[in-house]
Design a protein around this ligand. Sequence first.
Ligand code: GLY
Length: 380
Amino acid sequence: MSYSEIISENKSWIDEVWEKLDKKLSVTAIKSRNKIPYSTKNGEHDDRSGEIDWWTNGFWGGLMWLMYEATKNEEYKISAERNEEILERAFDNVAKLHHDVGFMWHLTSGANYRLTGNRKSRNRALLSAMILASRYNVVGGFFRCWNDSDKESKAGWTIIDSMMNLPLLYWASNEIGDTRFRNIAIKQADMTMRDHVREDGAVNHIVVHDPDKEGVVLEVKPGQGYGVGSCWSRGNAWALYGFTLSYLYTKQDKYLQTAIKVADYFIEQTKKTDWLPRIDFCQPDSPKYYDSTAGAIAVCGIIELAKILNKEKSEEYLSCAINILKAMEKNWCNWSESEDSILQMGSEAYNWGRHMPIIYGDFYFVEAILKLKGSKFLIW
Ligand code: GLY
């Protein structure tokens, strides 16, 4: 079957889920307007605006922009603008910022500028690209991801998650007509391909490099996965969608091949557990830990790949993406309007051993459903 035949076959399910999303989010958009949600407490969104530099603080605004673009309902726009306004305070202490400024401002200010032409938002998005570019270590050939903790220096640490911050840099280069941001993004993507992506398509979450020499790996750390050499599913999902987006921006085939390799691994592993992703693909059978966020992020990349690959691969990928979404919707979606989050069973890290709704699970779930509905708006 072709891409469009598979979509037609699933159209009633896609439309039904979309209606439920819009119905619930149109209530939450107003209720949570003055917060920046991360998870929930007793069913209600919590508020991370007190920790303004927290890496997920742009997803609520990004979710509101996705909904506004699809519905033109002004309530979503007001909530998206409010998120950006609150986030402004994070620029007061730029030394506390980190590599996740792409998540924070590409999805808020960047989306605002691309959808409305707001010049102030353009400036914020460009400023965040400059902050990210300033984290590039020209000798080491990579971005510094996190800042030091009290216990250790993280000068040489690179993490797989950075792949999803590169679209901010590609956009900045296109926007101002200067390849320097893009060139840095390409260096980071090449380093990630070399040091994080393994032969079988699994990935390393954290790699410690010598910050004063290029290409010298000192250590691989377990990060948020089960252990060294295991495979944290959200890390795979960041790589899958991140390399797909790097391909879409640069058209370099090596990124497409890497995205396919990672996607094949993700699909093969997720199939084993009825399309519900575990936190780590190498974790023991018990306890039964899952991570809905990994599934939501990964399907966004898999659908984008299905749009550009040959018929056979496209059919395989689109069917698998729909299988994952259907399994997650059936088992993990909460459609009650008296509770704020939608996708349950997210996980922060294997060793923290708890499940919770996480805001970017809802963001990517909505993004994936909009892709299936045929939306042409790529927020990245
Ligand atoms: N970027 C951190 C995480 O995925 O939890």
